[in-house]
Design a protein around this ligand. Structure first.
Ligand SMILES: Nc1ncnc2c1ncn2[C@@H]1O[C@H](COP(=O)(O)OP(=O)(O)OP(=O)(O)O)[C@@H](O)[C@H]1O
Ligand SMILES: [Mg+2]
Length: 198
């Protein structure tokens, strides 16, 4: 699908992966997370890299019979109840909310549960494929703040310009089977793109 794509991602990078529908953004993220094997080439993750992966179909992998709290607990059984409740509280699930069954949740609520399962573990590399699609503005802000405060690397596919503008430090653009890397903010990327007449 894409060739000659080579890039090194460093700690604390916030990489926005962009490209038209079908460009291969999700595929690139899956390859990086080891979900699919590359047909050619290789991905090397540094030692001690723990990935937290939010995929476009991660809402479907939640167990509909579990409660919110049980679902998050299953991903991090050693965490204390207080820790998990405060994590869920930060994601706007308070009090009895955490005992709701996954099966009754809205898309936005399920997205927040998935984000909780990802953030519950001590990961240092967040790979997020369109994480804000079902989120309302308040939940987007919660995620945005979590990403800003996150002491690791972030690679994200998103169509949310506000999000991209707030966090991006590098842009990986998938275009006509090439990977174009721009080091700099989202505005710098747009500026550079405009100047090159694309
Ligand atoms: N398992 C597969 N087998 C065959 N083709 C696939 C497979 N997975 C993805 N593709 C194709 O590879 C291309 C890239 O898909 P991908 O999902 O990575 O795109 P994307 O950039 O994430 O698009 P979107 O913005 O719509 O999410 C598409 O043309 C898709 O149909
Ligand atoms: Mg995709």
């Amino acid at each position: 699908m894409f060739r000659n794509a080579s890039a090194l991602v460093k700690r604390l990078d916030r990489v926005a992966v962009v490209g038209v529908n079908g460009a291969g953004k999700s595929t690139l993220l899956k390859i990086i997370c080891g979900e699919v094997a590359p047909t050619e080439g290789q991905v090397t993750l540094g030692a001690r890299i723990e990935v937290g992966y939010f995929s476009q179909n991660s809402l479907d992998v939640l167990d509909p019979k579990s409660t919110i709290l049980e679902e998050v607990q299953s991903h991090f059984p050693t965490a204390g109840l207080g820790f998990l409740r405060s994590l869920l509280g930060a994601l706007k699930f308070s009090g009895d909310d955490v005992d709701k069954k996954i099966s009754v949740l809205s898309g936005g609520e399920k997205s927040r549960v998935v984000l909780a399962t990802i953030l519950a573990r001590p990961v240092n590399f967040l790979v997020l494929d369109e994480p804000t699609n079902h989120l309302d503005i308040a939940s987007r802000e919660v995620l945005l703040e979590a990403i800003k405060a996150f002491p690791g690397t972030v690679m994200i596919v998103s169509h949310d310009r506000h999000f991209l503008r707030e966090i991006t430090t590098r842009v990986f653009e998938l275009d006509k089977q090439h990977l174009l890397v721009t080091d700099g903010s989202w505005d710098y990327y747009l500026h550079k793109r405009e100047r090159s007449g694309l």
